[in-house]
Unconditional design. Structure first.
Length: 598
């Protein structure tokens, strides 16, 4: 069907606990979200059929829209008529734990890391990364491969035309382990080889009989070049045809869809990449869930994704405390609270993951934990989103002093960042939108001018798979119905004492001028459909994007929150003394209306 003939679109996302369905209709020449429904995912007992949950979610959409989508046999009606059916049906999935991949490479910080980036970009959870320099003995690597039971293995190693012996040595360990797949008793484990092409005959001999082996172009054909596209495409293809086909009910679901079912994180990455490409901007996206936090970034056209498998807001909330420490959580709470009481509340959330805060104190605690989960996930992301290892790079003196702590340059440039998009219940369903904005600002600490937004009802996965089939429809719904524009953050960067001059703003439309000293938060209301031209004059020590002390003229986009001026400094430092810190936090909260006044 020609894309111009598509009037009605139905899309579902089969999550680990909930299946979401959205209905999109073409109205007055543009595509808009009509309604949304959801139901529990039914991939596990007692149903063990994913289509039961999909039908239940679609039935809710039918009830809310008044449009009949399923016939008497429970099949999707196609094509669309006046008040029934759909022209297009698509789906994504992370049910059953999503796509779980084990990565094998030669050098941990070179070819293995390239393979890890490829797997993450394809929407996988990387269970482990094995390499010859990972510090483990051969029998330990074999034992680890047998224990994990991944959905597939991705192998990388060696440049084309380079040494083959060590590549074969690592693959021999895979053959000796003979790992079993997570799904299916007689199911052959998919193994993707993306290493030195000259070693392919030996790899074929070692693995072809005991696995579903496929070959792709070398992920690292030379030290200076990384080619992740073919491996990512093959991972998704293997996921669909080998892994998904073994899951309960997915065979029937694949027959329903008009395009391949896509892993949920890969679909989210797709829509973020499409928007970055269309608008020529740098984006950071984050999805914070109950068990994991995914971070996506596009800087200079380079896409990276990481998944922090133990940082979440319900099932993994205790892991956040372990990694961050109670002190780092307490520092975001503007009231006195005993650490034992805080720990008990967090443990209660872990064992009752579906509960929501009933009192303001509980909300403060959860949002404090979210800040730390987001911060830790972002730190992990920056460590992986780096340039290629193992090559010599020319550097001038300035760039030599601007390296990250590990001695490598991250691709993440906060001053060049244009947009931050947040998703997940703690962000999308915050009682006040300014709370979502401040969680993003405190965790990511954007610099200069950065737009902020949240996904209204987590429809990015469905729009990501739609972008593969009908990019214009996906883009229209994403910009008009998916994104809630929170506003813009202005954060000058530079040294300065609290109370010293920091930045002065002159609004061109009214001539109004305001000065904000160092150490404050200010909120300027600018409506969702408003854009105000502003001349920003930083003091001589501060940079807002044009260099230290240089003024910048910018068009500030509004939102449901507006313009947040953050002169608290980067990195943000909080007083160590609890009484001083709590007083300062309360003053910041009042400045932006973060919580109700008592």
């Amino acid at each position: 069907m020609n894309s111009t003939d598509i009037e009605v679109i139905l899309a579902t996302d089969c999550g680990s606990t909930t299946t979401k369905a959205i209905l999109i209709e073409k109205t007055s020449g543009e595509y808009r979200l009509r309604t949304r429904g959801e139901a529990p995912t039914t991939v596990e007992a007692p149903y063990e059929d994913v289509t039961v949950g999909v039908r239940n979610a679609i039935i809710e959409v039918e009830e809310l829209s008044g449009r009949r989508l399923l016939d008497s046999n429970g099949q999707i009606i196609r094509p669309a008529g006046e008040d029934e059916g759909t022209d297009l049906y698509l789906s994504t999935s992370s049910a059953g734990g999503g796509l779980q991949v084990m990565v094998v490479g030669l050098v941990r910080r070179m070819t293995a890391e390239s393979a890890q980036r490829a797997a993450l970009g394809a929407g996988a959870i990387v269970m482990d990364v094995l390499a010859l320099d990972d510090g483990r003995l051969p029998h330990q690597r074999i034992q680890r491969m047998r224990e994990l039971r991944p959905d597939m293995i991705l192998i990388s190693g060696g440049v084309d035309g380079g040494e083959q012996r060590r590549v074969v040595e690592m693959v021999e360990l895979v053959a000796a382990a003979n790992p079993r797949a997570r799904l299916g008793g007689e199911f052959k484990l998919p193994i993707i080889y993306g290493g030195n092409v000259d070693a392919r005959p030996q790899i074929q001999q070692l693995l072809a009989e005991r696995s579903a082996l496929t070959m792709v172009d070398n992920l690292r054909p030379t030290l200076e070049r990384e080619e992740l596209g073919p491996a990512r495409a093959m991972i998704q293809e293997e996921f669909l045809h080998h892994v998904m086909s073994q899951a309960p009910g997915y065979g029937e679901l694949m027959n329903w869809t008009d395009a391949d079912i896509m892993p949920t994180p890969a679909a989210v990455g797709n829509i973020i990449q499409d928007i970055a490409r269309e608008e020529n901007i740098n984006i950071i996206g984050v999805d914070i869930g109950g068990a994991t936090t995914d971070v996506f970034s596009i800087f200079g056209g380079v896409f990276n994704r990481t998944v922090s498998a133990n940082l979440g807001m319900s099932y993994s909330i205790s892991n956040v405390i372990v990694e961050a420490g109670l002190d780092n959580v307490v520092r975001w709470i503007g009231e006195e609270i005993e650490q034992t009481q805080l720990a008990e509340r967090i443990r209660n959330k872990m064992i009752r993951p579906t509960t929501i805060p009933q009192w303001l104190e509980g909300l403060r605690i959860e949002q404090a934990v979210a800040r730390e989960a987001l911060r830790l996930a972002f730190e992990q992301h920056k460590m992986l989103a780096t340039g290629l290892k193992g090559i010599q790079q020319e550097r001038d003196i300035a760039s030599a002093f601007a390296q990250v702590q590990a001695g490598e340059e991250t691709l993440v440039d906060m001053m060049a960042l244009d947009l931050v998009v947040g998703s997940g219940g703690i962000l999308s369903h915050a009682p006040r939108r300014v709370q979502a904005a401040m969680m993003l600002i405190d965790a990511f600490q954007p610099e200069g001018l950065t737009r902020l937004a949240v996904d209204s009802i987590f429809m990015m996965p469905q729009l990501g798979v739609l972008a593969q089939v009908h990019p214009e429809a996906a883009r229209q719904v994403f910009l008009r119905d998916c994104l809630i524009r929170l506003g813009t953050c202005l954060a000058p960067v530079g040294p300065g004492r609290v109370g010293s001059p920091c930045v002065e703003l002159t609004f061109s439309d009214t001539g109004e001028t305001m000065s904000v000293p160092t150490g404050q938060l200010r909120l300027v209301e600018i409506g969702e459909d408003q854009t105000r031209k502003v001349i920003i004059n930083p003091s001589r020590y501060y940079d807002v994007g044009g260099g230290r002390g240089r003024s910048v003229t910018a068009s500030i986009d509004g939102g449901v929150v507006g313009l947040i001026i953050d002169t608290r400094g980067r990195p943000l430092q909080l007083p160590p003394l609890p009484s001083e810190r709590q007083q300062l936090l309360r003053s910041w909260e009042e400045a932006v209306g973060l919580y109700p006044r008592r």
